[in-house]
Design a protein around this ligand. Structure first.
Ligand code: NI
Length: 186
């Protein structure tokens, strides 16, 4: 297994829509294993294929031990009670956070690494992570949800920080733990 480079805001791959996976191959399973390793090294709770430069409709999630491989995921329903606002961050926009309003609970349908279709329901952080990752697969980022003023502030903070990531590439160093405020980075 290997740790992959994470693409950061500015790399066009993050805005490109993904292509559905047609077959779960060994190559795809290796990518999934590498994405988990990368996500853990970066101390995130979710990681989508575009974040490692791939346009496959694929993401991995581990929210407090709830692990899901999301191949061709889609939201089949959202449940109340209404929407919830909570802070989000993204491994592709390090150290930038913002409050995002989303449905509190969602049910998704996806395929796992063995090619089996499944349904899963997530609330709170898990439901939020499902939605954030599925957004990635549609070329959408959490900053898109911020108010114009908050988005402007986030982007001007990013303008100052992005020099740390030449070529829009974030080298993940597994030995540096606790560098980022990771609980909500996905
Ligand atoms: Ni993200």
């Amino acid at each position: 297994m290997s740790i992959l480079d994470i693409r950061v805001l500015g790399d066009p791959v993050l805005r490109r829509p993904t292509t559905p996976v047609t077959e779960v191959t060994d190559e795809l399973r290796r990518l999934i294993a590498n994405m988990y390793e990368t996500m853990y090294a970066a101390e995130g709770i979710g990681l989508a294929a575009p974040q490692v430069g791939r346009s496959d409709r694929l993401a991995v999630v581990d929210v407090e031990g709830a692990k899901y491989v999301l191949i061709n995921p889609r939201i089949v329903s959202t449940q109340g009670p209404g929407k919830e606002i909570a802070e989000e961050g993204c491994l592709s926009i390090p150290d930038i956070y913002g409050d995002v309003e989303r449905p509190a609970t969602v049910t998704i349908r996806a395929t796992d690494e063995n090619g089996n279709e499944y349904e899963a329901t997530g609330s709170e952080l898990l439901g939020r992570c499902f939605q954030h990752e599925i957004d990635h697969l549609d070329g959408k980022l959490f900053i898109d949800y911020l108010s114009p003023l908050k988005r402007k502030a986030a982007l001007s903070k990013w303008e100052k920080a992005k020099g740390e990531y030449p070529g829009s590439i974030r080298k993940v160093r597994s030995e540096v733990k606790g560098e980022h405020h990771h609980e909500t980075e996905m």
